[in-house]
Design a protein around this ligand. Structure first.
Ligand SMILES: [Zn+2]
Length: 93
């Protein structure tokens, strides 16, 4: 799936439609020993099992890419979920 490099859309800061640069939001790597991970490991240790319910299987194949829009007038960023689903990895052409 290819995304356009620029989108003309509404900027909440400028309160009007402006040109926006499109960038894909890639999830960063999780630190192995962060607070939530340590707590989860502590709760999971010993008897009692997992505190979280197991994930349901996902029958939807495609993912909706998350994009970051940067306003060309004020420079503010906004995050948005692109409406279309893509089976391939999304790319900016
Ligand atoms: Zn703006």
């Amino acid at each position: 799936m290819k995304l356009p490099p620029k989108i003309r859309t509404y900027c909440p800061n400028c309160r009007k439609h402006t040109e926006h640069d499109v960038k894909l939001d890639r999830k960063g790597k999780e630190r192995g020993m962060n607070r939530g991970r340590r707590r989860y490991e502590a709760v999971k240790s010993g008897y009692g099992g997992s505190p979280r319910t197991p994930k349901k299987p996902n029958y939807k194949i495609g993912k909706r890419p998350v994009i970051i829009l940067t306003c060309n007038e004020c420079g503010k960023k906004q995050q948005r979920v692109y409406a279309a689903r893509s089976k391939k990895r999304a790319e900016i052409e």
